[in-house]
Design a protein around this ligand. Structure first.
Ligand SMILES: NC(=O)c1ccc[n+]([C@@H]2O[C@H](COP(=O)([O-])OP(=O)(O)OC[C@H]3O[C@@H](n4cnc5c(N)ncnc54)[C@H](OP(=O)(O)O)[C@@H]3O)[C@@H](O)[C@H]2O)c1
Length: 263
């Protein structure tokens, strides 16, 4: 049986095993996906190979370590400098970032989007901003503090901190901050959101499984809203396709969604 795993710290809460194993079951694929608590991210490649894993996902806080330790990084991950997927290719560790295309797939249901206001500048924001830029969608980053903005400026992405923000009109507003995850905060000043929501049609929150204060305000202002469930699902489906070396159909995707939701 082929072994797959998710590395994280903590990892006990991860829903990836139930999602990925539901996919294997649906395909009758001889694979099993488990959790691996990893303390020291610098040992990730060695741990991956020593345990004879065929593939892995990587979650907080090891995505940058996983990037730095891979034998080869493919696709947009080379610019994002963080990866969430490892594949064992004849003893070589190949790394990908499926968060970025997973996000793009998740917002497809909104229809045509030309410009995005992206709140936050952490690891997830980097993946989302570069995915949007690569798709020729105009993206503006707005973060609480200045410190993390250099990455975006170096990629030619317009970016502001709360202190110097100059608003324009956006189709979609995305919350990629952790505000709303374990608290009831908005990701920025309410007045900024109210202004942006006047022209925007859609609001997306990377947090999943709840209507955050950000999504609640957007809904109140008449926007179409979406939480992060599809982003989590599609990053998993894309990783699953690397794991099983095949494109999968809607039946597998829906089985994985049910697995994710514990249904
Ligand atoms: N659905 C999915 O598949 C998926 C995938 C990945 C992540 N996520 C979610 O995305 C969120 C961000 O994850 P991450 O890995 O990018 O985190 P991260 O690297 O720690 O970045 C956190 C960002 O949030 C900002 N922030 C934190 N608390 C804030 C607050 N109270 N008000 C305003 N800004 C605040 C930080 O601003 P400063 O720079 O000023 O500190 C930073 O820009 C988390 O909620 C995570 O669960 C979802």
């Amino acid at each position: 049986m082929e072994k797959f795993v998710i590395f994280g710290n903590p990892v006990a809460h991860s829903k990836s095993p139930q999602m990925q194993n539901a996919g294997f079951e649906n395909l009758n694929y001889n694979g099993n996906y488990d959790k691996h608590h990893l303390e020291d991210g610098s040992t990730i490649k060695q741990t991956f190979l020593e345990n004879s894993y065929e593939g892995a996902n990587i979650t907080v806080p090891h995505k940058e370590h996983a990037f730095a330790n891979a034998d080869e990084v493919r696709g947009l991950a080379q610019k994002i400098h963080a990866v969430n997927t490892y594949i064992n290719e004849n003893g070589k560790v190949i790394a990908y970032n499926t968060d970025a295309p997973g996000f793009l797939k998740a917002i497809e249901s909104f229809g045509k989007v030309k410009s995005v206001l992206l709140l936050g500048a952490g690891g997830t924001a980097k993946a989302i901003a570069l995915a949007l830029q690569e798709s020729n969608i105009d993206v503006t980053v707005l973060n609480r503090s200045e410190g993390k903005l250099d990455f975006f400026k170096n990629e030619g992405i317009t970016s502001y901190s709360w202190d110097n923000f100059e608003a324009k009109e956006y189709d979609l507003v995305v919350n990629s901050t952790s505000a709303g995850l374990k608290d009831e905060y908005l990701p920025c000043d309410k007045a900024i959101l109210e202004e942006a929501f006047k022209s925007a049609k859609y609001a997306f929150d990377c947090v999943y499984g709840k209507v955050t204060p950000f999504l609640a305000l957007a809904q109140e202002k008449g926007l179409e809203i979406k939480d992060g469930e599809d982003m989590l699902l599609f990053q998993g489906v894309l990783a699953f396709e690397y794991f099983t070396k095949q494109k999968v159909g809607d039946d597998v995707v829906e089985a994985m969604r049910k697995g994710l939701k514990g249904e």
